[in-house]
Design a protein around this ligand. Structure first.
Ligand code: ATP
Ligand code: MG
Length: 554
């Protein structure tokens, strides 16, 4: 039986609207501005908008909010589409606010004809000054007195390119003494002689956000237009314009944006990280972008699960990145193939092992009842991790020490008989013996050992580079931290281990597969890999080592 979840506040609104017959079906939209790659905050919005439509049998449009020609690029449009599909959602229609430019222009003319918009020649400083302050009402200037005919004439000329950038704007004639500053004759259109990624040089006037968003919602019959809290003050204008234009009554609802610890999430800041080369690109595995997380090995199901777990809040909050990592681990634990990889090798010679090789069978995933198995070569000379051996072990040390016994995963119990050192006293080799009757799955030795180590046969090992990622910032609340956000970049967010030793099964790999390197973490192949050089990204550690670090420090 599935757990009954209580409705979030937007679901409550929708159920009421449907029950009262206000709508027979719902339509939502996801409205990215194509000025950067999507981040995990957008994933939250995507899961919400698409999730609601799926739940209530409605549909969701993908609408590019491309009203600002200067910052927008086709590369971003493509990456946004790829990310939404990867997250597992399908839009009903792919739309562009720029496709509505002609319609929006007609809406503007309609307002002018109703005496509700005028062309203003003031400079932006004058406009700002005349607007007053929240406690001081604004004053209208003489341009507000222009006749409808003159306004139509001037607005037409603005479109024709007669004026330079900033020379004129079109403003709504709303309410200069409203306590809501957005209602004080807001700008609807500005002149910008700039090339647009879709409309080219057709237009030199562009609508402002407030004169594009709600109108686009209305054109598409969006029933529930969901945005983040900072748009609350825009809602009055959103409603006013729809009412004056007498178009489909879309409604705006606001929820708290996702903020996450140790992370920045604004596209402007992410762009800085890219441009100033603090990261290798938008899809650097340390980035909070969906493409970065995908490259790092995070699963779409884990991201959806995370968005579901955090719920929909009405107040700003800061979500622990550990929760996201928890969701990632949970999914990978079920899907990742187990492999043995030694990072810092210590040679072990098994003196009584006389065969050239013995292939032992080890399960690919013990969490899967139908797991497949792979054959792993066991031989006289193997590598174990340096830190799995201590000459003088502390109490309760379950790994290897002189005279101690451990199990080699999937193979045999071995005992350490001798430690070989070089001239400087470094341990360079262990001489061990194995117990032939202790083979995994058929152990008749009667001996119990507490430690199990991963290992690789030296002669059969393949080599790879691994990239160990940590959090990109070392302060919890990056947005509120003092100084520039880049002052808080974690200088140790990437550690490269150039050569690790892996069991040969890893030679058979692909970008889609997920791996657990036993006792090391979850890994995936990186796109930088070549036929001659394998590169793996650490997706996430096995346990939350960060939480432990923080506890230690406090
Ligand atoms: P940024 O500040 O990162 O540039 P934005 O809000 O300007 O983000 P848009 O492309 O305009 O980015 O956003 C598309 C949609 O995603 C909007 O509906 C926006 O409210 C939503 N969104 C953006 N960031 C978040 C976030 N952190 N949490 C939830 N929703 C978000
Ligand atoms: Mg924006």
């Amino acid at each position: 039986m599935s757990e009954e979840k209580s409705l979030n506040f937007i679901e409550e609104i929708i159920e009421k609207d449907l029950a009262e017959g206000k709508h027979t079906t719902i339509t939502t939209r996801f409205p990215p501005e194509p000025n950067g790659y999507l981040h995990i905050g957008h994933a939250k919005s995507i899961c919400l908008n698409f999730g609601l439509a799926i739940k209530y049998g409605g549909k969701t449009n993908l609408r590019f909010d491309d009203t600002n020609p200067v910052t927008e690029e086709t590369e971003y449009v493509e990456s946004i589409k790829e990310d939404i599909q990867w997250l597992g959602f399908n839009w009903a229609n792919e739309l562009y606010a720029s496709d509505y430019f002609e319609q929006l222009y007609a809406f503007a003319e309609k307002l002018i004809n109703k005496g509700l918009a005028y062309v203003d020649d003031s400079t932006s400083e004058e406009i700002a000054q005349q607007k007053g302050s929240p406690t001081v009402p604004g004053i209208r200037n003489k341009y507000a007195e222009r006749s409808i005919a003159e306004n139509i004439q001037l607005f037409t000329e603005m479109r024709q390119g007669k004026y330079a950038d900033g020379e004129k704007v079109l403003r709504a004639k709303a309410d200069m003494s409203s306590p809501n500053m957005h209602m004080r004759d807001p700008i609807l259109y500005r002149i910008k002689h700039a090339h647009h990624h879709r409309t080219g040089d057709k237009w030199c006037i562009y609508p402002m956000y407030d004169f594009a968003h709600g109108q686009s919602d209305s054109i598409e019959n969006i029933t529930h237009s969901i945005c983040t809290l900072e748009f609350i003050p825009h809602r009055e204008l959103y409603n006013w314009l729809i009412e004056q234009l007498d178009i489909f009554p879309s409604h705006q609802y606001e929820f708290a944006r996702l903020n996450m610890t140790y992370t920045v999430m604004s596209k402007r800041k992410l762009l800085q990280l890219v441009n100033e080369k603090h990261v290798s690109g938008w899809d650097d595995p340390r980035m909070s972008t969906i493409s970065g997380m995908r490259r790092r090995g995070y699963g779409a199901a884990a991201l959806r699960d995370f968005c579901d777990k955090i719920g929909i809040a009405k107040r700003e909050n800061l979500i622990d990145i550990g929760l996201l990592e928890f969701c990632v681990r949970e999914e990978l634990n079920k899907t990742a193939l187990r492999r043995m990889v030694v990072f810092a090798p210590l040679k072990m010679t098994i003196t009584n092992f006389d065969k050239e090789v013995e292939w032992v069978s080890i399960e690919d995933n013990p969490e899967d009842p139908n797991t497949t198995h792979r054959q792993v070569p066991f031989s006289k000379e193997i590598y174990i991790e340096q830190d799995d051996f201590m000459e003088v072990p502390p109490k309760k040390y379950f790994r290897l020490f002189p005279g101690g016994k451990v199990r080699l995963k999937g193979a045999y119990i071995i005992e350490c008989n001798e430690v070989i050192k070089d001239d400087e006293g470094n341990i360079v080799e262990l001489k061990c013996t194995y117990l032939p009757e202790s083979k995994s799955g058929n152990d008749t030795s009667g001996i119990h050992v507490k430690g199990t180590l991963h290992w690789v046969s030296i002669a059969h090992a393949i080599h790879a580079e691994v990239r160990l990622y940590d959090r990109l910032f070392h302060v919890e609340n990056v947005a509120d931290a003092e100084g520039d956000f880049k002052d808080h970049i974690n200088p140790n967010s990437l550690e490269i281990v150039e050569k690790v030793y892996a069991e040969p099964a890893l030679a058979n790999n692909n970008l889609a597969e997920r791996y657990q390197f036993l006792r090391k973490g979850y890994f995936c192949l990186d796109k930088d890999s070549t036929d001659n050089k394998l590169i793996f990204n650490r997706t996430v550690t096995l346990k939350d080592t960060w939480a432990k670090e923080v506890k230690k420090k406090n």
